[in-house]
Design a protein around this ligand. Structure first.
Ligand SMILES: *[C@@H]1O[C@H](CO)[C@@H](O)[C@H](O)[C@H]1NC(C)=O
Ligand SMILES: *[C@@H]1O[C@H](CO)[C@@H](O)[C@H](O)[C@H]1NC(C)=O
Ligand SMILES: *[C@@H]1O[C@H](CO)[C@@H](O)[C@H](O)[C@H]1NC(C)=O
Ligand SMILES: *[C@@H]1O[C@H](CO)[C@@H](O)[C@H](O)[C@H]1NC(C)=O
Ligand SMILES: *[C@@H]1O[C@H](CO)[C@@H](O)[C@H](O)[C@H]1NC(C)=O
Ligand SMILES: *[C@@H]1O[C@H](CO)[C@@H](O)[C@H](O)[C@H]1NC(C)=O
Ligand SMILES: *[C@@H]1O[C@H](CO)[C@@H](O)[C@H](O)[C@H]1NC(C)=O
Ligand SMILES: *[C@@H]1O[C@H](CO)[C@@H](O)[C@H](O)[C@H]1NC(C)=O
Ligand SMILES: *[C@@H]1O[C@H](CO)[C@@H](O)[C@H](O)[C@H]1NC(C)=O
Ligand SMILES: *[C@@H]1O[C@H](CO)[C@@H](O)[C@H](O)[C@H]1NC(C)=O
Ligand SMILES: *[C@@H]1O[C@H](CO)[C@@H](O)[C@H](O)[C@H]1NC(C)=O
Ligand SMILES: *[C@@H]1O[C@H](CO)[C@@H](O)[C@H](O)[C@H]1NC(C)=O
Length: 464
C-alpha cells in the first residue's frame, strides 16, 4: 500500500513540474523490436510523443560515439587491444592476508589479492575499463537511430549514417574492430585469475537491439547499409556464433538456469536472425522454452532463481524483460509459434510472472530506485496479452504518468486500456506514419484527471 500511496503523490508532482515532453534516457534491460515493423515505418497517430523521445535519445547517445573496444589503456592478458575486456562487477579484493594495501599498486592488487564475490555490490574500479559501457551505448544508439531513421521515410538520413559509422568502428574496421570472442569478459582477478568468466557473455546482451536496428536498415533498403557492410557483419556474427556455441564460456552461460541463461539464448536467437539462419534462431528459442524456461516461473508466478538474489525486484524484472524478448524473437522467427501461452512445469506463463512482480514492493529490499524497470515490462505484456480490465494501464498511470512519451510506447501497441491519449504536444499535421510528429489533439487535462482517479482506485485494483 505504501508503494501506491507514494505513486499517487509522485504523479501529482510530475504533473506540476514536468512538461509533457521527451523522457530522460533509459536503457531498457532487453528488447527486440520487430525489424519489419521499423522498416515499414507506419506508426499509430498517438505515438508522436514516443517518436520525439526516440529521436532525442538517438541524438544524445550518438554524441558519445563512435565506440571501440580499443578505447582502453589496460589490455587483456592476450595483449591484443582488439579483445573485448571487462572485470567481474561484484568481485572485490581481499588483501587481508597479503600485505599493507596502501602500499600495493592497483596492478599488484589485481594479481596478488584473492577476489571474493559480493552479490549486488558493484566494485567501482570496473569502470577503469569501460568496454561494457561503450557497448551498452552502442547497442541503444543503433536501435534508436534505426527508429529515428524510420521516421524520416528516406533511404539515407543522419541516423542511418550514424549506424553505418558505429557498426564499422565497433565491429568491422581492421584497426578498431572487436575480435569476435568474449575470452576476457567479466574477468576474475587475483593470483589464480586473469581469465574471463561465462557471466561475461551477458555483457553483449545488447546484440539483440543491434540485430533489430541492423535488420530494419537491411529491410528498408537504406543506402547507408551497403551490401559490403552486410556481408562483413554477417561474417563477423558467424565467427562470434561459433565462439558462443563452442567455447566453454558460451556453453556454460547458456546452461545457466537463471536470467543468464535466458539472455544467452535470446542473444543467440537474435544473432542467428542476423545471419539469415531462421531455423537456427527458432531452434535457439525452442531450446530455451523447452529447457530452462520450464523452471523459471513457479505456480505463484514468482521466479525462484531471481527471488533469492540480493536485488530480487531488479532481477525479477530483468529476467522478465529477457523472457519477453525471447518470446518476441520466437514469434518473429516462427509466426506459427505460441510462446506467450507456453507454460512452465508449474503451469504458469510470462504473464503470470508479470502479475506477480506487480505485487512486490521494491522497498522491501531497498530497491525503490529500481521501480522504473517494471514499466517497459508492463507495456509489453499489456500490448501482447491485452488489458481487458485496465489493470496494466492503471498501474502505469499511477507510477509513471508519462509512460506514453516513453520510447517503448511506439512498439508496445496497441496498449489497450481506457483510451489513454498519447499524442505529443506538437501540432504537426502528419499522419503519424513517418513524419516524426503526429497530429496532436491532446487530452492532457482529461488525462490528468482520469489518471488521478485511477491512481486512487489502483490500491484496490493492484492491492490483491
Ligand atoms: C488517428 O487515427 C484514427 C484511426 O486509426 C482516426 O480515427 C483518428 O481520427 C486519428 N486521429 C488524429 C488526431 O488524426
Ligand atoms: C574510441 O575509439 C574510436 C575509434 O578509434 C574513436 O573514434 C573515438 O573517439 C574513441 N572514443 C573515445 C572516448 O576515446
Ligand atoms: C579475507 O582474507 C582473510 C585472510 O586470508 C580471511 O581470514 C578472511 O576470511 C577473508 N574474508 C572474506 C570475507 O573472505
Ligand atoms: C601501511 O603503509 C603505510 C605507508 O607506508 C604506512 O603509513 C602505514 O602505517 C602502514 N600500515 C600498516 C598497518 O602497516
Ligand atoms: C554513455 O551514455 C551515457 C548517457 O546516457 C553517458 O553518461 C556515458 O558517459 C556514455 N558512456 C560512453 C562510454 O559512451
Ligand atoms: C583488413 O584485414 C583483412 C584480413 O587481414 C584484409 O584482407 C583487408 O585487406 C584489411 N582491410 C583493410 C582496409 O586494411
Ligand atoms: C527493398 O528491396 C527489395 C528488393 O528490391 C524489395 O522487394 C522491397 O520491397 C524493398 N523494401 C522496401 C521497404 O522498400
Ligand atoms: C515460488 O518461489 C518463491 C521464491 O522462491 C517462493 O517464496 C514461493 O514459496 C514459491 N511458491 C511455491 C508454490 O513453491
Ligand atoms: C494464447 O492462446 C489463445 C488461444 O489459442 C490465443 O487466442 C491468444 O492469442 C494467445 N495469446 C497470445 C498472447 O498470443
Ligand atoms: C484482469 O484480467 C485478467 C485477464 O482476463 C484476469 O486473469 C484477471 O483475473 C483480471 N483481474 C482482475 C483484478 O479482475
Ligand atoms: C512541449 O511543451 C513544452 C512546454 O510545455 C515545451 O518545452 C516543449 O518544447 C514542447 N515540445 C515540443 C516538441 O513542442
Ligand atoms: C514515404 O514517402 C513516399 C513518397 O516519397 C510515400 O508514398 C509513402 O507513403 C511514405 N511512407 C510513409 C510511411 O509515410
Amino acid at each position: 500500500m505504501f508503494l501506491f500511496s507514494f505513486s499517487l503523490f509522485s504523479l501529482v508532482l510530475f504533473r506540476f513540474v514536468r512538461a509533457d515532453d521527451v523522457q530522460p534516457f533509459t536503457s531498457y534491460d532487453n528488447d527486440f523490436v520487430d525489424p519489419d515493423f521499423i522498416a515499414a515505418g507506419i506508426y499509430a497517430n498517438t505515438t508522436g510523443g514516443a517518436q520525439e523521445t526516440i529521436t532525442s535519445w538517438a541524438e544524445s547517445l550518438s554524441a558519445w560515439g563512435p565506440w571501440s573496444v580499443t578505447n582502453k589503456t589496460i589490455l587483456a592478458p592476450s595483449g591484443n587491444k582488439n579483445d573485448y575486456m571487462s572485470w567481474a562487477p561484484y568481485f572485490w579484493p581481499n588483501c587481508t592476508g597479503v600485505g599493507n594495501t596502501t602500499v600495493l599498486t592497483p596492478q599488484q592488487i589485481w594479481v596478488t589479492c584473492p577476489y571474493i564475490d559480493l552479490d549486488g555490490q558493484f566494485n567501482p574500479d570496473r569502470l577503469t575499463i569501460d568496454n561494457i559501457g561503450e557497448f551498452f551505448n552502442l547497442s541503444d544508439s543503433i536501435l534508436y537511430n534505426a527508429l529515428a531513421h524510420s521516421f524520416q521515410n528516406k533511404s539515407s538520413s543522419v541516423y542511418s549514417q550514424n549506424i553505418a559509422r558505429f557498426v564499422d568502428t565497433w565491429f568491422l574496421n581492421n584497426d578498431t574492430g572487436m575480435n569476435p570472442n568474449l575470452n576476457y569478459a567479466q574477468m576474475e582477478r587475483g593470483p589464480t585469475g586473469q581469465v574471463g568468466t561465462h557471466t561475461g557473455v551477458l555483457d553483449l546482451k545488447g546484440m539483440v537491439k543491434i540485430v533489430s536496428g541492423i535488420m530494419s536498415l537491411r529491410k528498408s533498403n537504406s543506402t547507408d547499409w551497403t551490401a559490403n557492410m552486410d556481408a562483413a557483419m554477417i561474417s563477423w556474427t558467424q565467427r562470434y556464433i561459433t565462439w558462443l556455441e563452442t567455447n566453454k564460456l558460451g556453453i556454460e552461460e547458456c546452461a545457466s538456469l537463471n536470467n543468464h541463461g535466458t539472455f544467452c539464448f535470446n542473444q543467440l536467437a537474435a544473432l542467428k536472425l542476423l545471419v539469415n539462419d531462421i531455423p537456427g534462431s527458432v531452434n535457439a528459442s525452442n531450446t530455451y522454452f523447452n529447457g530452462i524456461y520450464k523452471g523459471q516461473i513457479n505456480s505463484t508466478g514468482d521466479q525462484p532463481f531471481e527471488a533469492t538474489r540480493t536485488h530480487p525486484y531488479h532481477y525479477r524484472n530483468y529476467n522478465l524483460a529477457a523472457m519477453i524478448t525471447s518470446a518476441r524473437l520466437l514469434k518473429y522467427a516462427d509466426p506459427t509459434s505460441d510462446p506467450w501461452n507456453l507454460t512452465t512445469k508449474d503451469g504458469t506463463t510470462i504473464r503470470d510472472a508479470m502479475n506477480f512482480v506487480m505485487t512486490v514492493n521494491p522497498n522491501t529490499h531497498g530497491e525503490g530506485d529500481d521501480v522504473a524497470e517494471i514499466y517497459p515490462n508492463i507495456a509489453a505484456i499489456a500490448s501482447t496479452y491485452g488489458d481487458p480490465n485496465g489493470t496494466y494501464v492503471a498501474f502505469l498511470k499511477a507510477g509513471f504518468p508519462e509512460y506514453a512519451w516513453d520510447a517503448d510506447f511506439l512498439w508496445d501497441q496497441p496498449l489497450a486500456g481506457d483510451g489513454v491519449v498519447t499524442t505529443s504536444n506538437s501540432t504537426g499535421s502528419g499522419s503519424g506514419s513517418g513524419s516524426g510528429k503526429s497530429a496532436a489533439s491532446t487530452h492532457r487535462g482529461l488525462g490528468v484527471l482520469s489518471a488521478a482517479i485511477l491512481a486512487l482506485l489502483v490500491g484496490a485494483v493492484v492491492g490483491w
